[in-house]
Design a protein around this ligand. Structure first.
Ligand SMILES: Cc1cc2nc3c(=O)[nH]c(=O)nc-3n(C[C@H](O)[C@H](O)[C@H](O)COP(=O)(O)OP(=O)(O)OC[C@H]3O[C@@H](n4cnc5c(N)ncnc54)[C@H](O)[C@@H]3O)c2cc1C
Length: 439
C-alpha cells in the first residue's frame, strides 16, 4: 500500500523472491514524493522539488541500478559544493588523498571562516569523527545547535559551514534538528570515503527516473498494480488484517500487508485497529517540514556552475537544470531554487515568492540583471519530510507491528536514516525482509 520509493522497493524486493505482489497507489502514477509533472506552458517535465542524493545512499543507488535508471543520474567524484557569500566563493571539495578526512583541506581553505574559526571547525570535524553515536543515546535529545556550541563552534561557524550541509540534508536548520541525526549525516556523508560524499542528481524528470521504470519492472516481474485507487480501511479478523477496502469499493485480500503510506494516512487507518494505540499516538506527534522549489526560465544563460549554495541570502541552493539535464546547448536557462525548512515562505503567495526571489537572483547573478524571466513556477510541498527534532527518533516505529501480518515502510519509520530517498528505500527492503522471514 503506497507507491512511493518505500512501496516500490518493497514490491520489487518481494517479487525478486517469487512472492505474488499487488501494489496499491492512490494516485494514477508511482513515485510518491519523488515525482515530476508536465508544465502546461513549456511542456517540460518539472520536478516537485530538487532531489539530490549522496554516494553513501547505497540502497537508493542499488534501487536505481535495479530499475535501470542509474545511467540517468550524474554523481560527482567526491563532494564538491561551491558556497557563495556576499563577496567570496569557496568550495567544500573532497581531496581523496586525505582518506576519511578528505574535506579537511577544504576546511582550511574555506573563505567563509577566519583562521581561528577554521581551527575550531577542524577540531569539531575530528570530534564528529570520533563520536560513537550508538554509545551516546542522549544525542537524540539535544539539538545539533547545542552540541556544536558545546564543542566550541561559534554562531558564524554554524551558519557558514555546518548549516550549509545540515539544512538541505535534514530539511531543517541546525537549531531544530537533533544532534544525533546531524552527526549521522556528517559521519556517513562527509566523513565516510570521498565517494560517499559525492553529490548525485537526476538528469531526467523524477517520474522518468523513479516511478515509471520501477512500475515497468514491477509489471515485468509479474506484480499487479492498482493505480488511482486509495486504501480506505482495513478489515480485521482475530487481530489480523483480513483484507483492505479500496476507494472504488473493491477489496484486496492477502496473507501479508505492507503499509508504505504517509504516516498521517496510516495513523487514521489504524486508529481503530486493536493494539496500535502507541504507534498511532507516536505518528500523530511526528512533525513535518516544508520544501519549496522555485523554477525560473531565463531568456539567456545566467549561471555556469551545476549548482551553488548561498550563505547571507534567503536563497539556499540554486540548481542549473540545463547542466543537470544535459541541455547546456540551449540559449535560455532553466534554474531551480531549492528552499528547505521553508516555514518562512510556505504561506507566502506564489507570485510574491517569484517577485522576491527573482529580485534576489539579480543580486546574486550579475547576468540575471539583463535577463528576462520568461516563465516562473513555484511548487510548495508543505509536508515534504518529517522533522528530525530532538526526541523524534523514539516516535518512529520499526517495520514490525502488533498486528502479525501488517508491516510498515516509509521514510518516517525507524531506518537509522533521516527522511530521505535512501531511508525510504531502506524501509521498503527492511519491511520485505520481515515478510520473507515469516513465510
Ligand atoms: C520537495 C521535496 C524535496 C526532497 N528532496 C530530497 C532530497 O534532495 N534528497 C532526499 O533523499 N530526499 C528528498 N526528499 C524526501 C523524499 O522525497 C522522501 O523521503 C521519499 O520520497 C519518501 O518516500 P516514501 O515512499 O517513504 O513516501 P511517499 O513518497 O510519500 O509515498 C507514499 C505513497 O502513498 C500514497 N498514498 C497516500 N495515501 C494513500 C492511500 N490511502 N492508499 C494508497 N496509497 C496512498 C501516496 O500517493 C504516495 O505515493 C524530498 C521531498 C520533497 C517533497
Amino acid at each position: 500500500m503506497g507507491g512511493g520509493l518505500a512501496g516500490m522497493s518493497a514490491a520489487l524486493s518481494l517479487l525478486e523472491k517469487g512472492f505474488d505482489v499487488t501494489l496499491v497507489e492512490r494516485r494514477p502514477f508511482l513515485g510518491g514524493r519523488v515525482f515530476s509533472f508536465q508544465d502546461p506552458e513549456t511542456g517540460l517535465e518539472v520536478d516537485n522539488g530538487q532531489h539530490v542524493f549522496l554516494g553513501c545512499c547505497s540502497y537508493y543507488i542499488r534501487y536505481l541500478k535495479l530499475i535501470g535508471s542509474y545511467v540517468n543520474t550524474h554523481i560527482q567524484e567526491g563532494m564538491n559544493i561551491e558556497v557563495v557569500s556576499e563577496s567570496k566563493k569557496g568550495a567544500l571539495r573532497s581531496r581523496p588523498f586525505w582518506g576519511r578526512l578528505h574535506l579537511l583541506p577544504a576546511f582550511i581553505r574555506y573563505p567563509h571562516l577566519s583562521f581561528t574559526e577554521k581551527l575550531l571547525a577542524a577540531y569539531c570535524l575530528l570530534k564528529i569523527r570520533f563520536t560513537n553515536r550508538s554509545k551516546q543515546l542522549s544525542l537524540d535529545n539535544e539539538s545539533a545547535y547545542d552540541w556544536f556550541r558545546k564543542n566550541m563552534q561559534s554562531e558564524r561557524i554554524i551558519k557558514n559551514l555546518w548549516n550549509v550541509i545540515i539544512l538541505p540534508a535534514l530539511n531543517d536548520g541546525v537549531r531544530n534538528v537533533s544532534a544525533d541525526m546531524a552527526l549521522m549525516v556528517l559521519q556517513d556523508g562527509i566523513l565516510g570515503t570521498p565517494a560517499a560524499s559525492s553529490v548525485g542528481y537526476s538528469k531526467v524528470g523524477l517520474t522518468t527516473l523513479n516511478g515509471d521504470p520501477a512500475g515497468a519492472l514491477i509489471e515485468a516481474n509479474g506484480g499487479k498494480m492498482r493505480l488511482g485507487v486509495g486504501v480506505r480501511n482495513f478489515n480485521m479478523c482475530n487481530d489480523l488484517v483480513k483484507s483492505v477496502v479500496l476507494s472504488d469499493g473493491t477489496t484486496i485480500q492477502a496473507d501479508t500487508y505492507i503499509s508504505a503510506l504517509p504516516h498521517r494516512v496510516l495513523s487514521k487507518l489504524i486508529s481503530v485497529v486493536p493494539n496500535m494505540e502507541e504507534i498511532v499516538s507516536n505518528l500523530e506527534t511526528l512533525e513535518e517540514s516544508p520544501i519549496i522549489g522555485i523554477h525560473l526560465w531565463y531568456d539567456r544563460q545566467i549561471m555556469d556552475e551545476d549548482f551553488l549554495a548561498f550563505i547571507d541570502s534567503p536563497i539556499q541552493f540554486v540548481f542549473n537544470k540545463n547542466s543537470n539535464q544535459d541541455t547546456t546547448g540551449s540559449s535560455n536557462q532553466y534554474i531551480c531554487i531549492s528552499l528547505s525548512g521553508a516555514w518562512e515562505y510556505i504561506d507566502v503567495p506564489k507570485d510574491d515568492l517569484i517577485e522576491r526571489f527573482t529580485r534576489e537572483m539579480t543580486r546574486l547573478f550579475p547576468r540575471a540583471m539583463e535577463a528576462v524571466v520568461v516563465r516562473a513556477l513555484v511548487v510548495k510541498e508543505r509536508s515534504a519530510t518529517i522533522r528530525c527534532i530532538p526526541g523524534h527518533y523514539k516516535l518512529r516505529p520499526g517495520q514490525v507491528t502488533p498486528v502479525p501480518n501488517l508491516f510498515l515502510a516509509g521514510d518516517w519509520t525507524d531506518t537509522g536514516w533521516p527522511a530521505t530517498m535512501e531511508g525510504a528505500v531502506r524501509s521498503g527492503i527492511l519491511a520485505a525482509d520481515q515478510v520473507i522471514s515469516i513465510t
